[in-house]
Design a protein around this ligand. Structure first.
Ligand code: FDA
Length: 306
């Protein structure tokens, strides 16, 4: 039953009509639990609050699957403005981006130009930009573009690798040759068993394997999960291998397990919170519901109390 619900939510994430309808209701419907706000000012204020609790941030100006060149350029503008605001306000935050948001499905050249503009701004402020990983259809294209950009921008740019994909072991090994800064995640999209482990236990096992492999080879690793068992095993691994605390960081999503976020920071680990903001929150929100279909109950409560 839970799997059916998950699949329905992931299909709904791609529905354009539902997206337009949801936007009309603003962040009511419960999305404000996972989304910092619709404006850059709200996002910066959230970063300040998190920074005050010793939590680092990566901001994500929400958006994916743009339909025109103008929309892709506008998305890139918003990313550039976000980097400028981070620097002006002196807050501690990186930036996360999605290639479809920057026009990947319209034109690779347009997308590359947009990302270069963002990376130039990041370089100017000595900041860092991570490219999120989207569904399997975009995986190879994303890795190929990352390689091109990394050749020029080095570790100003990082990438995400999804533990649910069979191919990720090979990708981590190859990207390790570039000393790439990788965020390891379990994977949030609906994928076929021909490309991704269908069982959660296998995904969890592969997550540990990939994160440990990349760290053991001396490459900076972002361990992005709310899974306490994995976090505990990673803590034991780094201690046993004498890996210093500045060689990795834990990452979690805004609104999920805030006490665990705080506890890790108090233990002296680097902890970074992924904070999304903007109008285009619908698909992101649907993926968060799909990860834990029990979350749907608080949406229903929000609708009753709206
Ligand atoms: P798991 O799903 O096993 O959850 C462990 C526990 O965490 C649950 O028992 C629950 O308590 C809590 N939890 C998890 N999700 C929750 C939710 N939505 N609501 C409430 N509680 C929840 N994916 C991707 O494909 N591409 C990407 O670029 C990224 N980027 C990214 C950045 C960061 C910083 C994080 C933390 C995650 C991503 N992801 C992602 C999402 C990732 O792939 C995955 O879907 C989620 O992290 C959920 O998986 P967990 O690792 O938390 O484990």
């Amino acid at each position: 039953m839970e799997q059916v619900m998950r699949n329905v939510l992931l299909l709904m994430a791609k529905n354009r009509k539902a997206n337009q309808l949801a936007r009309r209701y603003g962040l009511r419907l419960g999305a404000q639990r996972f989304v910092a706000g619709q404006t850059l000012a709200e996002a910066i204020s959230t970063v300040q609050t998190l920074n005050a609790k010793q939590l680092l941030v990566t901001l994500d100006h929400l958006g994916e699957s743009v339909f025109t060149e103008a929309e892709a350029i506008q998305s890139a503008d918003a990313c550039v403005q976000t980097l400028a605001a981070i620097s002006e306000r002196g807050v501690r935050s990186h930036l996360s981006i999605k290639l479809t948001q920057l026009g990947m499905d319209l034109s690779r050249d347009l997308c590359k130009e947009n990302v270069i503009r963002i990376l130039e701004e990041a370089k100017k402020h000595n900041n860092f930009v991570r490219i999120d990983m989207e569904d399997y259809a975009h995986n190879e294209k994303t890795i190929a573009l990352f390689r091109e950009l990394h050749a020029t921008y080095g570790n100003t740019v990082g990438l995400v690798i999804q533990a649910y994909l069979y191919k990720s072991e090979k990708d981590v090994a190859q990207l390790g040759e570039l000393n790439a800064n990788l965020r390891i995640v379990k994977g949030a999209y609906k994928e076929d068993a021909s490309v991704a482990f269908p069982n959660k236990a296998d995904v969890d096992k592969n997550f540990l394997h990939l994160a440990q492999q990349h760290l053991a080879n001396g490459h900076y690793t972002a361990i992005a999960t709310h899974d306490e068992a994995i976090i505990e095993q990673m803590k034991q691994f780094v201690a046993s291998q004498h890996i210093p605390k500045d060689a990795f960081e834990f990452q979690m999503l805004y609104g999920i397990r805030p006490q665990l976020q705080q506890q890790l920071a108090l233990e002296g680990y680097k902890v970074r919170i992924y904070v999304p903001y903007g109008d285009d929150w619908y698909a992101y929100f649907m993926r968060r519901l799909a990860e834990r279909p029990a979350n749907v109950s608080f949406v229903v409560k929000s609708m009753i109390h709206a």
